[in-house]
Design a protein around this ligand. Structure first.
Ligand code: SAM
Length: 278
């Protein structure tokens, strides 16, 4: 019987890899990788010379079982992050379990965790949605589930689709639902924008984000989209307090208030008040 280790790899900075992960990559009989060029760079950076073979979503069903049967210890790395999280790692793990091999998953980098923490939203409970279906009733059902949740949801999205997804989310969750967009985590141009679904949709429509993106959407503290929008139902001061209570502050709070129709000077003063209160 063989042993399969799923090895997390950096989502950006090459030194975000554990000593344990490097030991496994160095001592396994073979490293199977979703993308050998990318993983080859990581192995070379750390002076690791273990044989590297390609095993991606297309080849796992046809070659996965044989590769496991042929080697005592297989280390699997996906493109980035933790294999099994929104990548083909879970398929290989299932094949290994069905064949009776032993399996192990090392802890390590994954993109949604820093994005969730950086959102500033409560993290005691959350849902990870991965990639949403691109269209149709399956997409609608997942968007509706996000709208109804009482805790934050993390979503992976391709940069070219972020603005459209934020618009769709605003359509079901309401414009004022707090949210964040983290991109290029642990890379040179890392950035997290915090605001409302409407303000983030506008910002990303005007300037499409570059690089890899994670969206985090707050739970349903705000009225549903078919109820009057928050700024119609609440005085601007209460609105500012609510946004501040879920971590929207400073310039982001000012921009969000303006996007909700609060006049520029009032939005500025309210954002300053919240800073003083904090
Ligand atoms: N297995 C990976 C993990 O553990 O997070 C996820 C793989 S999935 C194919 C790739 C998606 O992860 C990207 O489209 C993006 O949503 C997210 N992602 C990966 N690296 C990221 C980064 N450095 N910054 C922001 N998002 C990232």
């Amino acid at each position: 019987m063989s042993h399969l280790t799923l090895v997390p790899t950096p989502i950006g900075a090459l030194h975000d890899v554990t000593l344990h992960a490097l030991d496994v990559l160095r001592n396994a009989d073979v490293v199977a990788a979703e993308d050998t060029r990318r993983s080859g760079g990581l192995l070379a950076h750390h002076g690791i010379t273990t044989p590297l073979v390609r095993l991606d979503a297309h080849t796992i069903p046809t070659r996965g079982a044989r590769l496991l049967a042929e080697h005592d210890h297989v280390a699997y790395v996906s493109d980035a992050g933790t294999p099994g999280i929104s990548d083909p790692g879970a398929d290989l793990l299932r094949i290994a379990l069905e064949a009776g091999h032993t399996v192990e998953a090392l802890p390590g980098p994954t993109a949604f965790v820093p994005a969730l923490v950086l959102s500033g939203l409560p993290t005691a409970r959350f849902t990870f949605e991965g990639f949403l279906p691109r269209k149709g009733s399956a997409r609608k059902a997942r968007l509706t589930a996000i709208a109804e949740r009482d805790h934050p949801t993390a979503v992976y999205e391709a940069p070219g689709r972020v603005a459209a997804t934020l618009r769709d989310l605003a359509g079901v969750c309401g414009d004022t639902r707090p949210a964040s967009l983290s991109r290029e985590l642990s890379k040179l141009h890392e950035e997290t924008l915090r605001g409302t679904l409407a303000s983030l949709a506008t910002a990303t429509h005007e300037t499409p984000p570059r690089g890899e993106c994670v969206l985090v959407i707050a739970g349903r503290d705000e009225p549903a989209s078919d109820a009057p929008s928050t700024h119609e139902a609440l005085p601007a001061h209460d609105l500012a307090q609510r946004l501040a209570s879920v971590g929207v502050h400073g310039r982001t709070l000012r921009d969000a208030l303006q996007a909700l129709g609060v006049p520029r000077n009032d939005a500025y003063a309210l954002a300053m008040d919240q800073r003083d209160d904090a």
